[in-house]
Design a protein around this ligand. Structure first.
Ligand SMILES: C[S@@+](CC[C@H](N)C(=O)[O-])C[C@H]1O[C@@H](n2cnc3c(N)ncnc32)[C@H](O)[C@@H]1O
Length: 84
């Protein structure tokens, strides 16, 4: 499924989006870029998922990667919640 049918309905609105499991923040970056009037609450433990651990993906600096990706887009429209 593509997000476009959902996001196009939010265009021009001050939508408040909730993303559970933001990982490196790239999907949040897309939402910020696609919806300039929206804000996004991102919830993540930044500890990675079971599949990340199974494939030995390095998630030690995940939160820093999230911050670095969000900063050039618009961190003012992001509320980061670290935890479950
Ligand atoms: C597959 S990734 C998300 C990918 C991201 N949405 C994207 O498109 O780039 C799953 C994320 O969920 C987070 N996660 C796993 N269990 C969680 C929990 N119980 N509460 C919050 N975040 C969790 C992991 O740390 C990981 O960053």
């Amino acid at each position: 499924m593509t997000w476009e049918p959902i996001l196009s309905g939010l265009e021009g609105r001050r939508a408040r989006l909730l993303e559970i499991g933001s990982y490196e923040g790239l999907s949040a970056c897309f939402m910020l870029w696609r919806l300039p009037d929206a804000s996004v609450t991102c919830v993540d433990t930044f500890a990675g998922s079971l599949d990340h651990h199974a494939t030995r993906l390095d998630v030690r600096d995940l939160e820093a990667r999230f911050d670095a990706n969000i900063a050039p887009v618009d961190s003012n429209r992001v509320r980061k919640c670290v935890g479950d």
